[in-house]
Design a protein around this ligand. Structure first.
Ligand SMILES: Nc1ncnc2c1ncn2[C@@H]1O[C@H](COP(=O)(O)OP(=O)(O)OP(=O)(O)O)[C@@H](O)[C@H]1O
Ligand SMILES: [Mg+2]
Length: 278
């Protein structure tokens, strides 16, 4: 793959469920180091898009390329090595209740039978990933002993433990209070900046995108700080998408989103209060 080839590309991808379209003719390219904030109403296709990128749903038509490889027609076993290069935080969380936190985070490493790591390396990587999300003290606990926000942080540790170049976060702040949501999106920003991870987030919260587009992690001070923008259009590598009924109806920067007249698209621009005050 040449260095400027897209890391993820959809070409006119449709996912037809028979009675509805999960994705309707969606095309895009995402390049190394980019971030995408996928906004859209419930049922608009955000999760279907991410699951299609992971090969968990198959396109009815169109092409999908991951790291330059056309994966559209890969069979399930050929998908395994591709998936291993992707980090993922599922909307449902997906932690195994019966495993310890350390075992949960180790899972993507130990599941790699083709190229297994020695167990001391696995332990070291798990410890580092949990320390990154400030949960180094929870190795031997089980998920039910942690709060919802902590479990989400474990999910982030598990997504990053394989050091993926592309990480997909499905609704990482859903159901969390504003402070915990802030912690989660700050960790995602830190992960993006420290490892230059290409980052895609499906979310209902405009604030998550605003944070990712406008804040950065300073490794020297080890703190989050405002990003210095060049030009009036802000951070060009962080783009906002809006989905509606399986279609990608907006693709642009934060300031372009702010200038859109379309009422459906415009409503994702404003921080809105939901019934929990989030
Ligand atoms: N496996 C499936 N089989 C049939 N229909 C599906 C399947 N997965 C998703 N859908 C449908 O596709 C549409 C998009 O669903 P999706 O889960 O992507 O929405 P979403 O934007 O992620 O919503 P939310 O914000 O609630 O997470 C919905 O109408 C959903 O019912
Ligand atoms: Mg979803």
């Amino acid at each position: 793959m040449s260095s400027d080839a897209p890391i993820l590309e959809f070409q006119q991808v449709t996912v037809d469920f028979g009675d509805s379209l999960g994705l309707d003719n969606v095309s895009f390219q995402v390049r190394e180091g980019d971030a995408r904030i996928i906004l859209g109403a419930a049922g608009s296709g955000k999760s279907v898009l991410l699951k299609t990128a992971l090969g968990l749903l198959r396109p009815t038509s169109g092409r999908v390329r991951v790291f330059g490889e056309d994966v559209t027609d890969l069979n399930e076993s050929a998908w395994f090595p591709v998936r291993r290069k992707l980090g993922v935080l599922f909307q449902e969380g997906g932690l195994f209740d019966s495993l310890t936190i350390a075992e949960n985070v180790a899972y993507p490493l130990e599941n790699n039978r083709k190229d297994p790591l020695p167990s001391t390396d696995v332990f070291q990587r798990v410890k580092e990933a949990l320390e990154f999300v400030e949960l180094g003290h929870t190795l031997d606990k089980v998920p039910s002993e942690l709060s919802g926000g902590m479990r989400r942080r474990v999910g982030i540790a598990r997504a990053m433990v394989t050091k993926p170049r592309l990480t997909l976060y499905d609704s990482p702040t859903a159901g969390l209070d504003p402070m915990t949501s802030y912690t989660i999106v700050a960790l995602i920003t830190k992960e993006r900046c420290v490892h230059n991870t290409t980052t895609m987030i499906a979310t209902h919260r405009y604030q998550d995108g605003h944070f990712l587009a406008n804040y950065t992690y300073n490794g020297q001070t080890q703190s989050i700080e405002p990003r210095r923008h060049h030009g009036e259009d802000g951070d060009a590598s962080t783009r906002f998408w809006v989905m509606r009924e399986g279609r990608l109806v907006f693709d642009g920067t934060q300031s372009e989103l702010g200038r859109v007249d379309d009422p459906y698209v415009a409503k994702f621009m404003k921080p809105r209060m939901d019934c929990n005050g989030n």
